[in-house]
Design a protein. Structure first.
Length: 172
């Protein structure tokens, strides 16, 4: 009878180990799924809007795998990037007139307001640096002066004198 008891104990121990291994694998999987999703605020939307505000354009083609990868890097924020489709549906070798006029020779091509061009897949950090946009990891030119803050509008006078404002520190 003691012999029968030994294999049952080994089987139970084996099952317990297997259960712990499965739980550990699931825990690791869950951790990476949560870590992948919880990366803090998504700065890609701010970058996309900054690029557009600064006049940066991406020229691409629907059939271009590098263009698809560039769009994927922005995720849902790509809707805020100024994008020019160069391919003509049904004729992938043809190019729209806008792209011919811009002398686009490869895809994707990023065109900056100063006339600079970058072709191929460009990292978001590199795009931010080239355009002067804030983005995690981007090293912006320290010599560039920041945009001046808009002057606050003067507050309306409440029960004050009518007419132009006179500053006590300014001589007439």
């Amino acid at each position: 009878m003691a012999r029968h008891h030994q294999p049952d104990r080994r089987t139970a121990r084996f099952r317990t180990i297997i259960i712990f291994v499965i739980i550990a694998i699931l825990a690791v999987f869950a951790y990476f799924r949560i870590a992948e999703r919880d990366t803090g605020p998504d700065m890609r939307g701010d970058l996309a809007r900054c690029l557009t505000d600064k006049g940066v354009k991406m020229y691409g083609a629907y059939w271009c795998p590098h263009c698809q990868a560039q769009k994927k890097a922005f995720g849902a924020a790509f809707k805020d990037v100024t994008y020019v489709e160069c391919a003509i549906p049904g004729d992938p070798r043809a190019q729209t007139q806008e792209c011919k006029d811009a002398k686009i020779e490869g895809y994707p091509t990023w065109v900056f307001p100063d006339g600079a061009r970058r072709s191929g897949e460009i990292t978001l950090v590199s795009l931010a640096e080239q355009a002067g946009c804030q983005y995690p990891g981007a090293k912006l030119d320290a010599t560039a002066a920041p945009a001046p803050a808009p002057a606050p509008a003067p507050a309306p006078a409440v029960n004050g004198p009518a007419g132009p404002r006179v500053d006590a520190n300014v001589a007439p």
